[in-house]
Write a protein that binds this ligand. Structure first.
Ligand code: ADP
Ligand code: MG
Length: 558
């Protein structure tokens, strides 16, 4: 019981830090059970992993749908983080003594392992720095943290009785509606939807909260659609499947719109401004990423006859160029199941995107290995049902190829589709002199599980550093250019999956592996990924899992 824990802590006072190990186990508190699962080795190490389990009395409405349950857990995570910032005294000795930590969510509402609801019981997972002065156990401080602060934080953040019902309900119903909206896109014939009134710009380049005073989104009437959701009806801009261009002058809001669409694969908090900006679940942002590693990607749809006789249908490199990296990013996204491609000129290789008549006159086709995307974009949709949303302000080459053209003018979208078609007729473009071969989507490669086993000599270290780097044994997987990763917990989770993959026999195709893993996650929940209940994992998509695998420099495929 908690009284016994108190006795034990006072008894440990002044002993050497290692004696804390004896605390492992479960303790009954008046309204919850505390599980001490893993005890840190010293006060400077990563704090100890603990859980609180309590019989929850959440009403049926809060748990009725998967969307509501995920939103509830997200909400409670935020409550716990906020209360512990308020109520924890923080530092109580050396190193991380006294810290009570739960991973801080950003603007996205995601499934995580921080709070989990079982049938009648709920569970919260967090880290707590067991206090010490130097390497001596600070027993009295430990009593204050574990028996006073922690119960106060729990009582004021986790039970239903602690919640303000209005904001809680809003959080759950918003999430439910966003999920419903995303699920409707397909039958509405849309690649994405941006609700009227949405605030797209962010506070700053390093602050994902909404820009105060941002101009609310207002759809042009000709592209306005209505969506009926479980808890509300909305209007907004429907971006149809097919080829869509976002055009307009510099600084008029094009990239901001595309970025919001890219993050529309996730749900957002009420008040974020992008709650009802949603895109197809497998929409993939594609950019150039020179310097990246590539393992035998078939980039032949875009690149042929590389210099030096390098084969383009099995393109490997430790240092891709702008155009080859963008081609690899694109074919890898298709391999992993992408249904829509989101491309911004700001982050694209020009020679991958366009090629004009003058350049063609100067450099003969035999010396240019690139079939630019402009020759492929229609076929991708017509033959393979892959939509493209493209931001392009600097070249008119795509105008005749678009189904829809949205112009951004002072942050307001206007429908320029008809006008763009007129312009394309008035200034005709010479067709390509080489007719590109029909685009066959590359076969899915077969990764060798053994090639993931890159951890020799470094133990089994798998660690996320923010959203940019996943340390995987001796390799750093660079994910800075993978734009649809939003929180560190996603990298932790992907790291767990890759580690498990490394123990698999070789064989199956990547596409099958992804199906299998994502199916397991759906069936068992994210927490099933962890052998021990530690660390905070966040939900991720198959596209980002594949992106991490594809950037692991030891990867070999058959
Ligand atoms: P573009 O890609 O057209 O050059 P950006 O999307 O990068 O333009 O936007 C330029 C600037 O305008 C950015 O600082 C962005 O935050 C801001 N911005 C974008 N949309 C809005 C809006 N709706 N209201 C206010 N500011 C906006
Ligand atoms: Mg831009």
């Amino acid at each position: 019981t908690s009284e016994q824990l108190k006795g034990q802590l006072l008894h440990l006072d002044g002993k050497s830090y290692g004696a804390y190990k004896s605390l492992r186990g479960a303790y009954a508190f008046p309204s919850f059970e505390l599980w001490i699962d893993h005890v840190q080795g010293d006060p400077f190490a990563s704090p100890s992993h603990m859980r609180v389990k309590w019989p929850h009395r959440y009403p049926e409405w809060a748990l009725r749908t998967v969307s509501r349950r995920i939103a509830l857990c997200d909400y409670l995570t935020r409550q716990f983080v906020a209360r512990s910032a308020q109520l924890s005294k923080g530092n109580r000795g050396s190193g991380r003594s006294g810290a009570i930590l739960m991973a801080q969510p950003g603007q996205e509402v995601l499934e995580r392992t921080t709070v989990i609801f079982h049938e009648a019981e709920a569970e919260a997972r967090f880290q707590l720095g067991l206090p010490a002065f130097g390497r001596r156990i600070a027993g009295r401080e430990a009593v204050a943290v574990l028996l006073e602060e922690l119960p106060a934080i729990v009582a004021r953040s986790l039970p239903f009785a602690a919640q303000e019902e209005g904001p809680l309900r809003e959080h759950l119903l918003t999430n439910e509606d966003a999920d419903a909206l995303r699920a409707q896109l397909d039958e509405m014939g849309l690649a994405a939807f941006i609700a009227d009134g949405a605030i797209l710009p962010r506070a700053s380049g390093v602050d994902q909260r909404p820009l105060a005073g941002g101009i609310p989104f207002e759809s042009p009437p000709s592209l306005r659609v209505e969506a009926k959701l479980p808890n509300r009806t909305l209007t907004g801009l429907g971006i149809p499947k097919g080829v869509t261009l976002i055009v307009g002058g510099g600084f008029h809001g094009k990239s901001t719109l595309l970025r919001a669409i890219a993050l529309g694969v996730y749900n957002h908090l009420p008040g974020d401004g992008r709650e009802f900006v949603v895109s197809q679940p497998l929409a993939a942002q594609i950019r150039a990423e020179d310097g990246r590693f590539v393992a035998q990607a078939d980039i032949s749809p875009f690149i042929s006859h590389l210099p030096g006789g390098k084969p383009a249908h099995q393109f490997s490199t430790a240092n891709a160029s702008g155009s080859t990296s963008q081609a690899a990013n694109l074919v890898e996204a298709l391999e992993a199941g992408a249904t829509a491609l989101l491309i911004d000129e700001d982050t694209s290789a020009t020679n991958f995107m366009i090629r004009d008549e003058r350049m063609r006159a100067l450099i003969p086709d035999e010396l240019e290995p690139i079939q630019p995307f402009v020759y492929r974009v229609r076929e991708l949709f017509e033959a393979h049902s892959v939509s493209t949303v493209l931001v392009i302000g600097g070249s008119g080459q795509y105008l005749g190829l678009a189904d829809t053209v949205v112009g951004m003018q002072h942050y307001r979208p206007v429908d320029l589709t008809v006008r763009a078609q007129e312009v394309a007729r008035t200034f005709p473009q010479q067709g390509s002199s080489t007719t590109p071969l029909p685009l066959a989507l590359p076969q899915s490669r077969r990764p060798r599980g053994s090639s993931l086993n890159a951890q020799k000599g470094k133990g089994e270290k798998v660690r996320a550093l923010g959203t940019r780097v996943l340390q995987f044994g001796q390799y750093d997987i660079e994910l800075g250019a993978v734009g649809q990763l939003v929180e560190e917990g996603q990298l932790h989770a992907i790291g767990q999956v890759l580690q498990r993959w490394s123990h698999r026999p070789d064989g199956g195709s990547l596409a099958n592996w992804l199906d299998e893993i994502m199916g397991e996650l759906d069936a068992n929940g994210l927490h099933a990924l962890q052998p021990q209940p530690e660390g905070a994992l966040s939900a991720f998509r198959r596209l980002e899992l594949a992106a991490a695998l594809n950037r692991l420099r030891s990867l070999k495929v058959d």
